[in-house]
Design a protein around this ligand. Structure first.
Ligand code: NAD
Length: 485
C-alpha cells in the first residue's frame, strides 16, 4: 500500500548509516511501488559536493548493498531521480535557507528529518529546524542510538528534542524492533490462544537473549571504548527484546498501549547494585590471537581501558508473571559466530513417564532468531520413528513465514518497515522517551557498581564463547548457555 507523499531529509546523508542502510531500504520500498511518484529524498551533509556526485555515490552504494537481481534498472533510475543534495554544516546558523526553499516547493508533503549524524548534533539540528519554521506538526524527527550515555544525558536529550517536537513527532529507532521475526513474536503471543497460558513463571524456566558478534571493534574503537557492550547493545536492543517478550498483553496493538506495557517491564527490572554485580553480571575483553588479531585493548589503543567488549547479565523481573524466572542477557564481540537469538526455555514435564529411556527428555525451547536465518522455531519432543524401541527425539517445528512465499521472497530489512512506519505516522515500533530513560535507570547502577569495584573485565579468547565466568554464572543456577552458532 503506497504511503502519502513525503520529503525525507537525511542529515548525514553521506555517512555510513545512510549509504549502507537507509538508501537501500528506501530503494527497495520504491521498487516495490510503495513510494509515491512525487516523494523526494534529500541528502544533507558537510561534505562539499553537488547533487550529481551524491547521486553517483548513492548509485555505488546501492550496487554494493543491494543484490543484483533486485537492482531493476528502471526502478534504480526512478529512485536516483528522487535524490538531491545540500552541502550544509548544521552548526552554521546561516546555512538553513536552502533547506527551507527546497521543502517549501512541496508544502503539502509530509516532512521526515532523519538524523543520521552523531548525537551531539541532535539538539542543534532540532533547534535549527525550529528557528527556520521547519518543525511543523506535520514533520517527523527520527533519531537513533546512542540516545544518551547515561540517565542524565538521556534526559537532557529528551528535553532538547521535546522543546521543539511533540512526542508524537519523535521517532526513536531501535532497528531490532523492525525485524519481522520480532513482530512475529507479538503475533505468536497475542494472536494464538496456545502460548499465553504458558507464558509465565509456572511454565517457563528461564529466557536467554544473545547478541553475539564475530567481529571486533575495528575502526569504531574510539567511540566504542566510551560506551562498551552494555551501552552499545544492552541498554537499547537487548532490553527492548526483553520488554516485548515479558510485557503484559496491551489492550490493543497501538503505539502507546504497547509502550505503556514495555515501560511497566522496565520499571519491574530488579536493580543490580553494589556487590550483586559480582554475581549477576560478567564483563569480558577479547584477547589477542597472534600479530594479525589484536586484543581489544590494542584495538582501542588504551592499555588501561576497563570497557567491556562482552557482557552477560542475569536480569530478574519483579512482578507476578515472572517472579523467579531469570532473563539471561549476553552480548559480545569477537565471539564464535554472528548470532542474535531469544530463547524461551520451558520447564520439564512435571513427571517423566519415560524415566528409564536411554535418551533423556529435553525441555521445550522456543527460539526466535534475528540472525542468521531469521525465523521462529519450537523444539518439541517426539518419538523417534521405527520399531527398534521407544526413543525420544527433539525436533524443531519451523514457524518461519518464508514458507509458501516462493523461492525469491526476501525477508524485508528492518529499516524498510521502520521508514515507512515513520511516513505513516505509526509509532508502535519506536521507543518513547520515558522508555529510554527507564532503561538507563536500570543500566546506570550496574555501570556505577562496576566502577566502584575497581575490577577489570576478564579476558576471553577471540572466536570463543566468551569469558569462563559467564559459564560459571549459569552453572551456579544449574543451567547452560545455548550454543552460539
Ligand atoms: P558517519 O561518520 O559515517 O556519518 C556522519 C555524517 O554526518 C556524514 O554524512 C557527515 O558529513 C555528517 N555530518 C557530520 N557533522 C556534520 C555537520 N556539522 N553538518 C552537517 N553534516 C554533518 O556516521 P554513521 O555511521 O553514518 O552514524 C551516524 C549516527 O548514526 C551516529 O550517531 C551513529 O552512532 C548512529 N548509528 C549508525 C549506525 C550505522 O550502521 N552506521 C547504526 C546505528 C546508529
Amino acid at each position: 500500500i503506497p504511503v502519502d507523499p513525503f520529503d525525507l531529509v537525511i542529515f548525514g546523508g553521506t555517512g555510513d548509516l545512510a549509504m549502507r542502510k537507509l538508501l537501500p531500504a528506501l530503494f527497495r520500498r520504491d521498487a516495490d511501488g510503495q513510494i509515491p511518484a512525487t516523494a523526494r529524498i534529500l541528502g544533507l551533509a558537510r561534505t562539499d559536493q553537488d547533487t550529481e556526485s551524491f547521486k553517483a555515490e548513492a548509485r555505488a552504494a546501492l550496487h554494493k548493498h543491494v543484490a543484483v537481481d533486485e537492482l531493476d534498472s528502471i526502478a534504480l533510475e526512478r529512485f536516483i531521480e528522487r535524490l538531491s543534495y545540500l552541502h550544509i554544516d548544521v552548526t552554521d546558523a546561516r546555512a538553513w535557507g536552502e533547506l527551507v526553499s527546497y521543502l517549501n516547493e512541496r508544502p503539502e508533503h509530509i516532512r521526515v528529518y532523519y538524523l543520521a549524524v552523531g548525537p551531539a548534533l541532535f539538539g542543534p539540528i532540532a533547534q535549527g529546524l525550529a528557528q527556520v519554521g521547519l518543525a511543523t506538526t506535520k514533520a517527523r524527527l527520527v533519531v537513533e542510538k546512542p540516545l544518551g550515555h547515561d540517565l542524565a544525558s538521556a534526559m537532557t536529550l529528551n528535553r532538547e528534542l521535546s522543546s521543539v517536537f511533540n512526542e508524537k513527532s519523535i521517532y526513536r529507532i531501535d532497528h531490532y524492533l523492525g525485524k519481522e521475526t520480532v513482530q512475529n513474536l507479538m503475533a505468536l503471543r497475542f494472536a494464538n490462544a496456545l502460548f499465553e497460558p504458558l507464558w509465565n513463571a509456572n511454565r517457563i524456566d528461564h529466557v536467554q537473549i544473545t547478541a553475539s558478534e564475530s567481529l571486533g571493534v575495528g575502526t569504531r574503537g574510539s567511540y566504542y571504548d566510551t560506551a562498551g557492550a552494555i551501552r552499545d547493545m544492552v541498554q537499547n536492543h537487548l532490553v527492548q527484546l526483553l520488554c516485548l517478550l515479558a510485557m503484559e498483553p496491551p489492550y490493543k496493538f497501538d503505539a502507546d498501549a504497547l509502550r505503556d506495557e514495555k515501560l511497566k517491564v522496565l520499571r519491574s527490572l530488579r536493580p543490580i547494585t553494589g556487590r550483586n554485580v559480582l554475581t549477576n553480571t560478567v564483563r569480558g575483553q577479547y584477547l589477542a590471537h597472534g600479530p594479525d588479531a589484536p586484543s581489544y585493548l590494542q584495538e582501542v589503543g588504551n592499555p588501561d581501558s576497563k570497557t567491556e567488549s562482552y557482557v552477560a547479565i542475569k536480569a530478574e523481573i519483579d512482578n507476578w508473571r515472572w517472579s523467579g524466572v531469570p532473563f539471561y542477557l549476553r552480548t559480545g564481540k569477537k565471539l564464535r559466530a554472528q548470532m542474535t537469538e531469544i530463547a524461551v526455555v520451558f520447564k520439564e514435564p512435571a513427571h517423566s513417564v519415560f524415566g528409564d529411556l536411554e535418551t533423556p527428555s529435553m525441555p521445550n525451547v522456543l527460539s526466535i532468531r534475528l540472525q542468521p536465518d531469521e525465523g521462529l522455531q519450537l523444539v518439541i519432543m517426539t518419538k523417534d520413528p521405527g520399531p527398534g524401541g521407544f526413543r525420544l527425539r527433539a525436533i524443531p517445528l519451523d514457524m518461519t513465514f518464508a514458507e509458501g512465499r516462493g523461492s525469491n521472497w526476501r525477508m524485508p530489512d528492518a529499516y524498510e518497515r521502520l521508514l515507512m512506519d515513520v511516513v505513516r505516522g505509526n509509532q508502535t515500533l519506536f521507543m518513547r522517551g520515558d522508555e529510554v530513560e527507564a532503561a538507563w535507570r536500570w543500566i546506570d547502577p550496574i555501570i556505577e557498581a562496576w566502577e566502584a569495584s575497581g575490577l577489570r573485565p576478564e579476558g576471553y579468547d577471540p572466536g570463543s564463547r566468551g569469558p569462563i565466568a559467564a559459564v560459571e554464572m549459569m552453572a551456579r543456577d544449574g543451567r547452560r548457555w545455548r550454543e552460539i552458532e
